[in-house]
Design a protein around this ligand. Structure first.
Ligand code: CUA
Length: 158
């Protein structure tokens, strides 16, 4: 079948834009699906215990940063390390967290802090603690038989 030149041109243009569109769609879908939005960096989940800062989980006072404290937290079935921390009211806190095994959640009850911890990724959240109280950290991703027992506590004190 003979086609006019301009018909071929339109066909090529159409097919070309469709391919480009599908590539863009594929790339963005891949990016969205591949890591949680709060995750910044990659870490080998089998090496968590020996890779800084996760080799020393806990609360640390820091200097010269935009935040005052860093809470380095490691989740595993079915606990958080550390299990409890105490932070002075008014401090700016950066939470740096990962998991050693399966997907866990990190939700601070009564706040909008809600992260998904995925094996292989480091999740971060910075917040200002402007209210005193005991803030329960719960796992909101089903992770096995002990899921409902998985808790930590952030105590904000005067
Ligand atoms: Cu950890 Cu649910």
């Amino acid at each position: 079948m003979h086609m006019h030149r301009y018909e071929k041109w339109w066909l090529t243009l159409g097919t070309g834009s469709l391919i480009i569109f599908l590539i863009i769609l594929g790339i963005s879908a891949f990016h969205q699906g591949h890591q949680p939005p709060s995750a910044k960096a990659y870490i080998n989940p089998e090496q968590v215990d020996v890779i800084a800062p996760f080799d020393k989980p806990g609360l640390k006072k820091v200097e010269g940063k935009e935040w005052d404290y860093e809470l380095v937290l490691v989740a595993s079935t079915f606990l958080y390390n550390p299990g409890e921390v105490e932070v002075p009211k008014g401090s700016r806190l950066k939470i740096i967290a990962t998991t050693k095994d399966v997907i866990h959640g990190f939700e601070v009850a009564g706040t909008n802090i809600n992260m998904m911890l995925e094996p292989g990724y480091i999740s971060e959240y910075t917040t200002t603690l402007d209210k005193t109280g005991e803030f329960l950290v719960v796992c909101n991703e089903y992770c096995g038989v002990g899921h409902h027992t998985m808790k930590s506590m952030i105590k904000v004190v005067d």
